[in-house]
Design a protein around this ligand. Structure first.
Ligand SMILES: Nc1ncnc2c1ncn2[C@@H]1O[C@H](COP(=O)(O)OP(=O)(O)OP(=O)(O)O)[C@@H](O)[C@H]1O
Length: 369
């Protein structure tokens, strides 16, 4: 799939932009603070209905304006889909094929994107929240049901936490509501975890092969799911439910004392190992970067195997962070099959061969030439 045309109105520092793109590597060059990341963010928001760098949608609207609009025409194998996202200070409205989509979870997934930004280099080293966000965003792109379960889980989690706070402060002593919230929480938790296991299983297969090749056959990458309740990939849903129920019964007092939910998908993590050793603790910076790169390249392959089309790749200022060999590997994977947007302040950081086949844009204060 690829974006044929992108129109922006009042999006961050873009007052008005209307630009066609080809299905190849598009290099966006500009000095700092000109709007390179903003452009990639617009494509990401068009795909995911939220930003990769802020949870506050109002920040996306140009300071002096009341709304922002992103329109994109996405060419897929069999059709072209017009997409539109209107962001106002009161909320968002999404249209697909000119029809308003009541549920955003149904809208997301019309375009698939893989974003690789400097913060993704922290996928291994950073906090567990980064890894959870990664896994949720990636599964969410191909599974609206998963996104829906996440949002229902978060709702119950919030209610359960509030109730635990009431019990903690002894403003409430009746346990009935806590038990009801616990049952509801478990229902969504196990569905989420089951899907995460499935996704990681597939991601792991691709990431392992890619990593082996980037490390010139020296490194074996393994990715594990680290659950906060001792469930495993082999467990069926009812076994997982039993384990969860036991955990919440055993830890009830502790949760009341702390006034919060201490177990569940919102506390789970991922573990990366190279040749049997934890990359977060023992990996060099280079190994951590290679791991992040392998995972991103694996995502591209995984999306293609799930939906039969390659996603759009957004590379925000990361090419110069990769050495020549890793850059070549990345570019040979995408060349000719993945529409890619690359931002850079310095064209010298990008392979000569890539540049000869790319469209090159200059961005200057919210204008793209
Ligand atoms: N809501 C907004 N309205 C208007 N301008 C905004 C808004 N949000 C950010 N900006 C402006 O956008 C510019 C930043 O753009 P962007 O983050 O895309 O920079 P960049 O070109 O990627 O730079 P760098 O190379 O430093 O990462 C800044 O000048 C900032 O002031």
């Amino acid at each position: 799939m690829h974006i044929k045309q992108l129109d922006l109105k009042n999006f961050r520092n873009y007052n008005q932009l209307s630009i066609p793109f080809e299905n190849k590597v598009n290099v966006i060059i500009g000095e700092n603070a000109q709007g390179k990341t903003n452009l990639l963010e617009a494509i990401y928001v068009l795909a995911m209905a939220k930003s990769h760098r802020t949870s506050n949608d109002k920040e996306l609207i140009h300071w002096d304006k009341d709304y922002a609009k992103i329109e994109g025409w996405v060419e897929k194998k069999n059709n072209t889909i017009p997409l539109e996202l209107l962001i106002t200070k009161k909320g968002k409205k999404a249209k697909c094929n000119h029809l308003e989509q009541v549920r955003l979870s149904k809208y997301i997934g019309n375009i698939n994107v893989v974003m690789f930004a400097p913060e993704d280099l922290n996928l291994v080293k950073g906090s567990p929240g980064i890894r959870r966000r990664f896994i949720d965003m990636e599964i969410g792109q191909v599974s609206p049901v998963y996104l829906n379960n996440i949002s229902l889980y978060q709702k119950v989690l919030h209610q359960r936490n509030q109730y635990l706070k009431l019990l903690q402060s002894k403003k409430q002593t009746d346990m009935t509501m806590l038990d009801i919230y616990t049952e509801q929480l478990i229902e969504f938790a196990v569905k989420i975890i089951k899907k995460r296991f499935e996704f990681l299983h597939l991601l792991q297969e691709w990431a392992k092969t890619i990593h082996f090749s980037i490390s010139r056959g020296l490194e074996n990458l393994q990715i594990y799911y680290k659950p906060s309740v001792d469930v495993s990939e082999e467990d069926d849903l009812s076994k997982m439910i039993n384990k969860y129920q036991d955990k919440f019964i055993n830890q009830k007092q502790k949760e009341i004392e702390r006034g919060m939910t201490l177990f569940g998908p919102h506390r789970d993590d991922l573990l990366f190992e190279i040749n049997g050793r934890d990359v977060q603790t023992f990996g060099s910076q280079g190994q951590q970067r290679t791991t992040a790169l392998s995972v991103k390249l694996a995502e591209i392959e995984l999306i293609n195997s799930e939906i039969g089309e390659f996603p759009i790749l957004l590379l925000d200022d990361v090419l110069s962070e990769l050495d020549d060999y890793r850059q070549s590997h990345l570019l040979s994977t995408i060349q000719g099959k993945v529409q890619t947007f690359v931002t850079t302040t310095n064209i010298d950081g990008i392979h000569h061969e890539t540049l000869t086949k790319a469209s090159i844009f200059q961005v200057n204060n919210g204008n793209l030439i």
